[in-house]
Design a protein around this ligand. Structure first.
Ligand SMILES: *Cc1c(COP(=O)(O)O)cnc(C)c1O
Length: 526
């Protein structure tokens, strides 16, 4: 068994819990798999090119003298390598993926089919606008749906992730303050339960961050908020539903107090799937909100893959939106590219070009296939599923906020593990042995040993039952003193427990042939 370079599992661990080992390092039908550099010889290739008539080179003495060192593989070898690696990982197509705050839900294949239509998939961002009218029309329709669903008058489509959307929103807020002679405002208020991107974004824009306390029932402490609002505050950043999976009951009052203090209300809209079709953030006093298309509107994500984080803006912030945006005119659709004329006050651009076209197409296909009533049901099912999980697991685990229903996430703390010598981390690792991806752990920070479960709206009852039965069995084992099951977990995963600190602090990012003999990095559990 090896822990390769950056701690990614590449090989099944041979020893199983029963102590039985295979002779090859394989496990059942899962193959042992080496790094691609260990597999491919420099002299091998998957293509058969005719040799050139002459091999004169214009490069003179710059011609490479030694092999480039890239691994060569035949096509079936390359296929098998990546399929074998993919089998060692979890995927939403395999089972429930309960990672709280991430909305790991099923991505309908229809979206993929539509995104691959040549008229969308093969476009070049520099194609003349007259030749891409259909794509611009789609962006216009998507913008219309997002503005309608949020009740907000303006939108910037170009941000490429939720965090990028936060940056866009705060840059618009800063531009608005500067335009209104309020450029001296230096502070952004953020609740203690906020996603880490919120304070990071505020700091990146140059604001100092001040925390707002939380009430015992997991909401923004409005008294503390009122005390901290001052002529120095530029904005508040509040997630709704918040990262405890709870709706901010006082959201209208939060907006009112914020505006009264001359600040703007940024809403982190990553959890929009819990309220889409039911609540319009524009009605709550929100000035700017990003929408993670890759969460709420089912475009694929994970592993840092492409996302899209359009930002809706209130009338007060609309003039400061970044370029580009789509306008419909007599001659067809036009992308306003420059922050001049129509966009005189815009703060600039978030990125080259217009944003993630593939995500726009997928999100729009998802909206059309659901319809307005279907999107409303998305929110209802997301909340229903989370409450089902909360109710099913509350007898054996401790809900962090037991009173009343939750929104789209069920949050547990580790009070129920007290006296077992088992931690949230141990419990999460044992879930892997049972075939489930762990939930989000130790976030939000305001809950001790937090376990944040977001089942999402696309899980059927059967799968929720399977998941809850597995967690119930594990919880009973933990309370029954079966400590080894947890402390050593995972036993059955491709790799055991990695020393993640070492992997993060001292990553080995290169590979040389002599590394074959290097012993694996130490494992924390052994
Ligand atoms: C996912 C998430 C973000 C960040 O979104 P990215 O697309 O990952 O940048 C911000 N806030 C909350 C609450 C989130 O869940």
């Amino acid at each position: 068994m090896t822990m390769q370079n950056v701690g990614r599992p590449t090989r099944p661990q041979a020893a199983s819990q029963s102590g039985h080992t295979s002779l090859t390092g394989g496990r059942g039908l899962l193959q042992d798999e080496a790094l691609i550099f260990e597999l491919g010889g420099w002299d091998k290739t998957g293509v058969d090119l005719a040799s050139a008539d002459h091999d004169a080179s214009d490069l003179g003495d710059l011609v490479r003298a030694a092999p480039i060192g890239l691994p060569g593989l035949s096509e079936p070898e390359a296929m098998r390598h990546y399929v074998r690696l993919s089998q060692k990982n979890h995927a939403i197509d395999l089972a429930l993926y309960p990672l709280g705050s991430c909305t790991m839900k099923h991505n309908p294949r229809l979206n993929e089919k539509v995104a691959r239509l040549a008229g969308f998939g093969d476009l070049h961002p520099m194609a003349p606008q007259s030749t891409v009218q259909g794509a611009l029309a789609l962006m216009d329709r998507l913008a219309h749906w997002l503005k309608t669903l949020t009740g907000m008058p303006a939108i910037a489509l170009s941000p490429k992730a939720g965090a990028h959307g936060e940056l866009c929103g705060l840059l618009a807020i800063r531009a608005a303050h500067e335009a209104n002679g309020q450029g001296h405002r230096r502070t952004v208020l953020v609740p203690t339960s906020a996603h880490g991107t919120n304070p990071a974004t505020a700091a990146f824009v140059g604001y100092s961050v001040v925390e707002i306390a939380q009430t015992d029932d997991g909401r923004v402490d409005i008294v503390d908020l009122a005390a901290k609002l001052s002529p120095d505050v530029a904005a508040i950043m509040v997630t709704n539903p918040n990262t405890c999976g709870l709706f901010e009951r006082d959201v209208i009052e939060i907006g009112r107090l914020t505006h009264e203090a001359g600040a703007y209300f940024y809403c982190d809209g990553a959890n929009f799937n819990a309220i889409v079709g039911r609540v319009r953030p524009g009605d709550l006093g929100v000035d700017a909100m990003h929408i993670n298309l890759h969460k709420t509107f089912s475009t694929p994500h994970g592993g840092g893959g492409p996302g899209a984080g359009p930002v809706v803006l209130s009338a007060a912030l609309a003039p400061f939106a970044p370029a580009p945006w789509v306008v419909a005119g007599e001659g067809g659709f036009k992308l306003v590219e420059e922050t001049i004329e129509e966009a005189a006050q815009g703060f600039g651009r978030m990125s080259a070009f217009h944003g993630q076209m593939g995500m726009f197409v997928r999100a729009y296909a998802y909206m059309l296939s659901h319809g307005a009533d279907g999107l409303r049901q998305v929110a209802e099912d997301a909340v229903l599923n989370a409450n089902y999980v909360k109710a099913k697991l509350s007898p054996v685990m401790t809900a962090a906020f037991p009173d009343g229903p939750c929104m789209h996430e069920a949050l547990f703390d580790d009070a129920w593990l007290e006296g077992t010598d088992i931690t949230t981390l141990d419990f999460a690792k044992a879930m892997i042995d049972e075939g489930f991806h762990p939930m989000t752990m130790y976030f939000p920070l305001v809950v001790h040993g937090a376990m944040l479960i977001e089942p999402t709206e696309t899980e059927p009852k059967q799968e929720l039952d399977r998941f809850c039965e597995a967690l119930t069995a594990l919880a009973l084992a933990a309370k029954g003193g079966d400590v080894d099951r947890f402390k050593g977990a995972p036993y059955l995963a491709p790799l055991r427990r990695l020393d993640e600190t070492q992997a993060a602090r001292k990553p080995r990012l290169t590979w040389r042939p002599e590394d074959k003999s290097v012993s694996p990095a130490p494992l924390a559990a052994e």
